[in-house]
Design a protein around this ligand. Structure first.
Ligand code: ATP
Ligand code: MG
Length: 256
């Protein structure tokens, strides 16, 4: 089983879009995929019309010792793609976690019991704090989606510093290590001067882990969310759908 956290401290860089579309691409190839939403914005469930009221969500999973991960799993309209949804109660749960022993390992404890998935993706909030630390305590791999802006260059190196610190100071206790295995350019716009400049800098810094696939900017990526569909169902031949398909191939080749 591959366990992947999708992380960036910046908001709106394509974390959720990548989790949902990459997860869907794999499920459509017959894989069993679970998406765990660790963002109180609850975008995964909103997008895929997964129930969040009257069902246990990631908040209860983290806080309530008696709730098991399998009780929180919801099916989506795509066969093989399941979700543990989040909603705004996760914000309070995050604060409650701070008062609990083993606060960094609550998610890991629960998800470790799931054995029937090929991939578990965790959609993280735009920060590197308790919830992301919990996600990375379970994940082996981190994908960092990234848009080509000057101000985002530091965001990637800052995550790398956080990951190094967490490996040395938090995860060492449980003999766990997580690694940034992929940096993914999203919302790519060709033929822009800034694109070339920032691309040069990011290639120099992260060439070995930069995905060759870039996800092009395309309005269909916004529209599909409103229709509750993944890009492969809403606009299967648009450039972003092709790119996510290509990303799946590259992602599978790099498996650790
Ligand atoms: N390739 C793309 N082309 C055009 N729009 C895109 C693309 N990828 C994502 N978007 C849009 O950009 C917005 C932000 O994307 P998304 O929600 O995936 O980012 P995020 O990093 O998860 O944000 P947050 O930090 O708020 O959770 C959404 O409206 C989404 O539809
Ligand atoms: Mg998101």
């Amino acid at each position: 089983m591959r366990k992947i956290a999708v992380v960036n401290k910046k908001g709106g860089v394509g974390k959720t879009s990548t989790v949902v579309n990459l997860g869907a691409a794999l499920a459509k190839r017959g894989k069993k995929v679970l998406i765990v939403d660790m963002d109180e914005q609850g975008h995964v469930a909103q997008w895929l019309s997964v129930p969040r009221e009257g069902v246990p969500t990631t908040a209860e999973l983290l806080i309530n010792r008696d709730i098991e991960a399998k009780e929180c799993i919801q099916n989506t309209y795509i066969k093989g793609l399941d979700v543990i949804p989040a909603k705004d109660t996760l914000g309070v749960a995050r604060m409650q976690l701070a008062t609990m022993g083993g606060m960094n390992f609550c998610l890991r404890k629960k998800l470790k019991k799931l054995t029937n998935y090929d991939y578990i993706f965790i959609d993280c909030p735009p920060s590197f704090e308790t919830l992301t630390i919990n996600a990375c305590a379970f994940a082996d791999e981190i994908i960092v989606p990234f848009t080509l802006d000057y101000l985002n260059l530091e965001a990637v190196s800052s995550i790398a510093k956080n990951v190094k610190w967490a490996n040395e100071n938090i995860y060492e206790d449980i003999d766990h290590r997580v690694e940034i295995t992929g940096v993914l350019v999203t919302m790519f716009m060709k033929n822009q001067k800034i694109t070339k400049k920032v691309m040069n800098s990011i290639s120099k810094a992260y060439g070995d882990i930069l995905f060759k696939t870039k996800i092009p900017q395309n309005v269909k990526m916004k529209e599909c969310i409103g229709e509750g569909q993944v890009i492969f169902d809403y606009a299967p031949s648009c450039p972003s759908a092709n790119a996510y398909e290509q990303l799946m191939g590259e992602f599978n080749e790099r498996g650790i």
